[in-house]
Design a protein around this ligand. Structure first.
Ligand SMILES: *Cc1c(COP(=O)(O)O)cnc(C)c1O
Length: 382
């Protein structure tokens, strides 16, 4: 099995050299646009590529306003800040996520609360969410969702579209409105993923994308806050650019803002990458189908997109029959030059989140012990 898989991946990527998990491809106008910013000297926080990149994201995702930031974590921090998260608040998210989701809210003085993920999406489970809230919260006199014992406010829900597979948004939105909790999608992994035809990240008043080097497209480092209204978009831009009131030469800042604006140099890369995004997505879909066919009728289950959604198949993954097979799979394939790796450790196993409130996490634990990510860079097949 392992040898067959190694050969299959080598044939797919047409190489016997080391095959990484996900690497960027620069096959379009990247060099041209980046050298234009250097020639223009506008390499920093002002420049035409930043605005152009935001426009391209707005057009592609259909969000009202997109605001570029230095990375995805900063975008998430901004989105949570804009959603009204304050020190002492509770923010519900997945234990099965990349640590950035939790870091962003932790540094605002908020506390993560972990609920389980669903087998359908590998993202936050609406049933587990409703169960947790029924058991642990009440609606207070102000209409806010409050923890029964600590009286902290459950301010926001941050589901994450794991590996690009969209979560069950309709169901989550129902729970959010019932309990008066703001939805903030961590769409860092899901540029190019659609839920019932609508782009992920556009269901929340604020959400976050990432353009880190390992994502579907990259700006080196970068992120984007997607905003639902124009007014929110304007305010988001204001607070991510030091909250400076526009004036030709005077410095007046009307609140303590952030210096989160994406440099023009990085945005230039983003503009060129957006031009090739549709091609990458097509190639990644073909690759996913190819893997799906390979694992059919084996005891390894290839994770497919939920039937209500179109996934970008950012990182392909398989679920092994048990953790022992998972260890063997990872060892054998890495030894033969095919990079594979386990999913992240669940967040409550990390020292800083070990005392976090949480519901039962049976699905998260199962995925944690049996999932393997396999090479997923865009490639031309056949
Ligand atoms: C990549 C990622 C982020 C943001 O990462 P940055 O490196 O800060 O751009 C946030 N959440 C998840 C789930 C991610 O995968």
């Amino acid at each position: 099995m392992y040898n067959k898989f190694v050969k299959f991946v080598q044939d797919t990527y047409q190489t016997k050299e080391f095959i990484p998990l996900h690497v960027p491809t620069f096959s379009g106008n990247e060099k041209k646009y980046v050298s234009k910013t250097i020639d223009s000297t506008f390499v920093s926080s002002v420049g035409k590529y930043v605005d152009q990149f935001e426009q391209q994201i707005e057009e592609y995702t259909g969000c009202t306003k997109a605001i570029a930031t230095i990375n995805g974590t900063a975008a998430l921090h901004t989105a949570l800040y804009m959603a009204g998260v304050k020190s002492g608040d509770l923010v519900i998210t997945q234990a099965l996520t990349f640590v950035a989701t939790c870091n962003a809210l932790f540094h605002m003085g908020a506390e993560p609360v972990f609920v389980d993920v669903s087998k359908i999406s590998l993202g936050l489970c609406p049933v587990a969410l409703e169960t947790y809230l029924e058991e642990n919260s009440i609606i207070n006199a102000e209409g806010l969702c409050q923890h029964k014992e600590t009286h902290q406010i459950f301010r926001a829900l941050v589901p994450m579209h794991t590996f690009g597979h969209p979560v069950q948004l309709d169901e989550l939105i129902i729970v959010c409105s019932k309990w008066n909790i703001v939805l903030v999608e961590d769409a860092a992994e899901s540029l190019g993923s659609f839920y019932k035809g609508q782009h992920t990240g556009t269901f929340s008043p604020f959400s976050a994308l990432s353009f880190n080097g390992n994502k579907v497209i990259t700006t080196g480092g970068g992120g984007m806050v997607l905003c639902k209204t124009l007014a929110d978009g304007m305010r988001t831009k204001h607070i991510t650019t030091t909250a400076k009131e526009p004036h030709p030469y005077e410095f007046f800042h009307d609140e303590a803002g952030f210096n989160y604006r994406l440099p023009n140099l990085n945005a230039a890369l983003g503009c060129a990458q957006m031009e090739v995004l549709p091609k990458f997505l097509k190639q990644k879909r073909v690759l996913a189908k190819h893997y799906e066919a390979f694992f059919k009728n084996t005891e390894f289950e290839f994770a497919v997109e939920p039937d209500y959604a179109q996934s970008n198949y950012w990182l392909n993954s398989i679920i092994c029959p048990n953790s022992e097979d998972r260890e063997n799979f990872i060892e054998e394939t890495n030894a033969q030059g095919i990079m594979t790796r386990p999913i992240w450790k669940l967040m409550h196993r990390l020292p800083m989140f070990k005392n976090a409130k949480r519901g039962d996490l049976p699905v998260s634990e199962w995925v944690e012990s049996c999932l393997v990510n396999i090479p997923s860079s865009p490639v031309v097949i056949g």
